[in-house]
Structure formats: C-alpha cells, structure tokens
Design a protein around this ligand. Structure first.
Ligand code: COA
Length: 263
C-alpha cells in the first residue's frame, strides 16, 4: 500500500480505484512544499501498485479543490528558491501526467493557481457546478510556475488562455466547460458518485492499452505529426504482444465481456 501516513493527504482504495484527497482545510487545501512532496510520494506509490488502475484527485471539504500554491511560502521566495520551487511542482505534476494510469480531477470547489494547474495535469477533469477555476497569479505579481501557462494554452488555446492568465479572473464551472477546460459539470452532490462511476469504467479497460493511449496522446502532442504517427504505430504494434489483446478480440468474437488482466 501507499507510503503514508501523510499529514496533508488522505489515500483511500475502492477496488482498483485509489482516491487522493488533499486536506489542508485551514488554507483551502493550498499546496505547500510538504504537501507537494506527499503528493509526489503518493503518486509514485500508486504508479507502482499494479492493483491500482485509476486515481481520483480531489480536495477535502465543500469549498475548495486546491486554492493554489501556499502564498505564505511564495511571499518568501528568492529568484533561486522560486525557480527550484517551480521545477519541483512541475516535476510532481509531470509525474501525475506520465504515471501511466488515468487520473481524474474531481473539482469540488476553488481550483485556483496551482489548483487549476493540478487539474490540468490530470487526464480528465469533472467539475461540481459550484467550482471556480482560474489562474490568479497575476494578481500577486507572479506567473504560474507549475506548467499552467503551457498546459492551459495547449488545452484551451492561446486566446482564452491568455485572457485567463492576464486577467486572473475566476471563471464558473459552466464557462470552464464551454472553454473545454473541464470535461463535464455535474451537481456538487453528484460529483464523487459520477467521478467514481467513470473511474470504475476506466478501471475495467485493458491497462496496457490505457497506458499506451495516455502515452500516444500526452507524448504525441509534443511531436511533429509524422513522428507522432510513427510512435502511435509502434505502440499499436507493441500492444499485440499483450494477453489482453488476445482476450479482448477473443471475447468479442465469442460475444462475451472481456476480462483484462494488464498482461
Ligand atoms: N495560500 C495560503 N493561504 C491561503 C490560500 C493560499 N493559496 N488560499 C486561501 N488561503 C487561506 C486564507 O489566507 C485564509 O486564511 P485565514 O483564515 O488564516 O485568514 C483561509 O485560507 C480561508 O481563505 P479566505 O480568503 O478567507 O476565504 P474566501 O472564501 O474569502 O476566499 C479564495 C477564497 C480562494 C477566493 C481566496 O482565499 C483566495 O483568493 N485565495 C488565493 C488564491 C490564489 O491566489 N491562488 C494562487 C496562489 S499562487
């Protein structure tokens, strides 16, 4: 199991689905250095645990997913420590993006600054209708440092990303949906139920193929199209080595549900 105990995270398991809840209620789940490090350790553990197929990330309480990096720490940063801080956060969020398993952000409230960036590093974002998203760094005289200026732009495009980054305004869950920043919006009461339902659906899919789709999309988007297509073809070939491919195709032909084992 996971390398807990953690002070600022809860890690729960429900079959193949693990849920990480970021819990610093006094500061609306803001990410300080310790919490980022706990998140790094939890993600690495879940990445290496073959019995985990999908991860849900959420915030404790009803008000906030994550209200950003901890401003108490930001206020003290120097050019050198600021750069290190940003690189550390980028490393942790890169681990989330590349852990090889879908990570679903259940955005239960404020996802601001580092909170929005955390959601951006996830595979799929589901927002409660009460959620508020934004990159308010500009209002503190800083800029995003956990990859937000890059992932936001790649996800929603340059115009809307620049507007969010330069105004620092919070947007509603409905507007985030219109911009393609979240995949869907559900009522706050249904957030965890809907998220778990999707998580269990994804957990039933062939894990190696899931990993290759994640690789094909997240790595492929950074490559020129011919290279990305060659990468896709190589993964397509590789997946033919799996028992799950044999099981999936055989189950279809035998008109039954496949049972994927991740082999
Ligand atoms: N870092 C550190 N502390 C934070 C925080 C953060 N990112 N976000 C909220 N908090 C703290 C507040 O300072 C406050 O502490 P206090 O009770 O000791 O005064 C507590 O969390 C509750 O926040 P508060 O501002 O009173 O709640 P609110 O409902 O009035 O406003 C927000 C909620 C999210 C709009 C507001 O807290 C906010 O703007 N937070 C900062 C968001 C931000 O700029 N994030 C990017 C950081 S780089």
């Amino acid at each position: 199991m996971t390398a807990g105990p953690f002070e600022n995270l809860l890690v729960d398991r429900d079959g193949a689905v693990a849920t990480i809840t970021i819990s610093r209620p006094k500061v609306l789940n803001a990410l300080n250095t310790q919490t980022l490090d706990e998140l790094r350790r939890a993600i690495l553990d879940l990445a290496h645990d073959d019995s985990v197929r999908v991860v849900i990330l959420t915030g404790s309480g009803e008000k906030s997913f994550v209200a950003g990096a901890d401003i108490n720490e930001i206020a003290l940063q120097t050019p050198t420590s600021g750069r290190t801080h940003a690189m550390t956060g980028q490393h942790v969020f890169d681990l989330i993006e590349t852990m090889g398993k879908p990570v679903i952000a259940a955005i239960n409230g404020y996802a601001l600054g580092g909170g929005c960036e955390l959601a951006l590093a996830c595979t799929i974002r589901i927002a409660a209708d009460t959620a508020r998203l934004g990159q308010p760094e500009i209002n503190l005289g800083i800029i995003p440092g956990y990859g937000g200026s890059q992932r936001l732009t790649r996800l929603i495009g340059r115009g809307p990303a620049l507007e969010m980054l330069l105004t620092g305004d919070q947007i509603s869950a409905a507007d985030a949906y219109r911009l393609g920043l979240v995949n869907r919006v559900v009522t706050a009461a249904n957030l965890m139920g809907e998220t778990r339902k999707l998580a269990h659906t994804l957990a039933s899919k062939a894990p190696v193929a899931v990993r290759y789709i994640l690789d094909a999309v997240t790595k492929g988007i950074q490559m020129p199209l011919p290279d990305a297509q060659l990468f896709e073809a190589t993964l397509f070939g590789l997946v033919a080595a799996t028992e799950d491919m044999r099981e999936g195709t055989k189950a279809f032909l035998e008109k039954r549900k496949p049972e994927f084992r991740g082999k």
